[in-house]
Design a protein around this ligand. Structure first.
Ligand code: UN1
Length: 503
């Protein structure tokens, strides 16, 4: 196949002109064959600063549009995404190497969050609160916040943007998006899709959405700009350690969705067939490149031999290959660096006594495409690389005999994104979900760690950064809250019984 030609054709059909795709020095590659598929022109830092100022002007106008009307724009975006689903899903597969159902699933997440946000646009509620003073009313109101900066990662190049953008837009904000350096093409496609929704919507300010194609310097412009009151950033914990303090320094808000080192516990009463499928998808799906990928597994002694050999077999037989032309379940790693990190982690695991199944490179005839057989690593204990997130398909498996020890080991890592337990024992599942159970932002029972629905709040604790995006009341981070107390009496009673009579 001519992947470059198909990329250009897809982008043109999505509304991105072919002239933008070549001639620049910002090279974009597809991991499928490791070939360049576009050369973009990045934005200069000064132009990025100007774009943020323009987005601020857009916010000032957009905040005056009634929220349900803003919801109409997001409804149209959802319609345009439905129409573009096949093309955008395919483009995600080309740019990231996802298998087709995962590329399409990512676009489905976008459609789902648009639907959610449309409903939300009529539900931006505040509370009315009992006051201690007679003839008074106290309430809270929610107002638009400003320019919302979005920094997204390569692995969910469009869905995570849409979680932020759909909420930000109904909340009355404008959006400036710095996509991953590895995936700017799908971002340009989203901007074109959004433009179509805008045209159908009619009256909306210019510059409601700006995409900044560029490297780290451009991300820094966004993070440091005083007119960006909120930055939602997805990426590594290392990135978060830089972005978090920079935002804190200027008292801007952060939604950080950083690393995960997600674990599962398989208990004596687990349905092993169910656990096997959930573990296989959670650990090998998306080539281990989800924030929610299952990376550690604690298996009770009594079921270890009933589960782990079957898992090993699945690792040996899963089809790894070109996601565009075959029915592979595991596509490529994003690049050579990802491959190198994976090999280094496997070497460290072996040195720590791990026994490795898989992990080797699978040759597809292209020197710069990195396919690997997912690795199952049986570890004597949780040490060395097991404590770190390696963004690749490695599952470390450990035995446990005492449930308290399993929970303690589960929580003994820096990250706190997603977790799961496989059990039919209600005492164990309830304990896992309780205050002294899993310490993660997502805790599941008889479901893997990945593949969350948009209706729940998405994010995690500890080194995952603490942010929440997507469903539930995550919208509150995208608005500012005002507490209003109104006195409709003729007196001026002071709170707390204070008297202050000046005559
Ligand atoms: C991510 O990897 O950053 O829960 C997002 C999941 C997906 C989103 C993952 N819905 O696996």
């Amino acid at each position: 196949m001519d992947i470059r030609r198909e990329t250009v054709e897809l982008l043109e059909s999505l509304g991105v002109s072919a002239d933008r795709l070549s001639g620049g020095d910002f090279k974009v590659s597809s991991p499928v064959f490791g070939e360049a598929i576009a050369e973009l022109t990045p934005i200069a830092p000064d132009a990025a600063t100007e774009a943020i100022e323009a987005a601020d002007a857009a916010f000032r106008a957009w905040r005056l549009v009634p929220a349900p009307k803003r919801g109409e724009l997001v409804r149209l975006l959802g319609e345009e995404l439905r129409a573009a689903k096949a093309d955008l899903g395919r483009l995600v597969s080309i740019e990231v190497g996802k298998i087709p159902s995962e590329g399409l699933g990512e676009v489905q997440e976008m459609i789902d969050i648009c639907d959610f946000a449309v409903g939300l646009s009529r539900q931006l509620y505040g509370l009315t609160i009992a006051t201690e003073r007679p003839g008074h009313r106290m309430m809270e109101t929610w107002h638009p916040l400003g320019v919302v900066g979005v920094i997204s990662a390569f692995n969910f190049p469009v869905a995570v943007w849409s979680w932020n953008a759909a909420l930000a837009l109904v909340c009355g904000n404008s959006v400036v998006w710095k996509p991953s350096e590895k995936t700017p093409l799908t971002a340009l496609a989203c901007a074109a899709i959004f433009d179509r929704a805008l045209k159908r919507f009619g009256e909306a300010p210019d510059n409601l959405l700006t995409v900044l194609v560029g490297g780290r310097d451009i991300g820094e412009v966004l993070v440091d700009h005083p007119k960006v009151p909120l930055v939602s950033a997805t990426g590594s914990t290392r990135m978060g350690r830089d972005v978090g303090p920079r935002l804190a320094k200027r008292f801007a808000r952060a939604i950080l969705e950083l690393g995960g080192n997600n674990a599962g516990i398989v208990c004596p009463t687990a349905d092993l067939d169910m656990a096997l499928r959930a573990i296989a998808f959670g650990a090998m799906g998306t080539a281990g490149q989800r924030c929610t990928t299952l990376r550690r597994l604690f298996v009770h002694d009594s079921v270890y031999d009933g589960l782990v050999p079957r898992l090993r077999k699945a690792y040996q037989s899963v089809h790894v290959g070109n996601p565009l032309e075959t029915d592979a379940l595991v596509g490529p790693l994003i690049d050579r660096a990802a491959f190198d990190h994976m090999q280094a982690a496997l070497d460290a695991a072996k040195a720590a006594g791990g026994s490795v199944t898989g992990g080797e490179r699978v040759d597809n005839g292209h020197a710069d495409a990195f396919y690997v057989r997912p690795a199952l690593v049986e570890m004597p204990e949780q040490t060395g690389p097991v404590l770190e997130e390696t963004f690749a398909p490695i599952l470390y498996v450990m035995k446990y005999s005492d449930f308290d020890d399993a929970i303690a080991a589960h929580n003994a890592v820096g990250a706190g994104l997603s977790s799961s337990i496989f059990t039919r024992d209600i005492m164990e599942s309830e304990r896992f979900l309780s205050a002294d159970g899993s310490d993660c932002g997502i805790a599941n029972v008889n479901i893997g760690t990945s593949g969350a629905e948009i209706g729940g709040a998405f994010g995690g604790e500890k080194e995952t950064g603490g942010g929440r995006e997507s469903g539930s009341d995550a919208w509150k981070a995208y608005m500012r809250r005002a507490t209003n107390t109104v006195n409709y009496s003729k007196a001026l009673p002071l709170a707390q019984g204070v008297s202050f009579d000046i005559e």
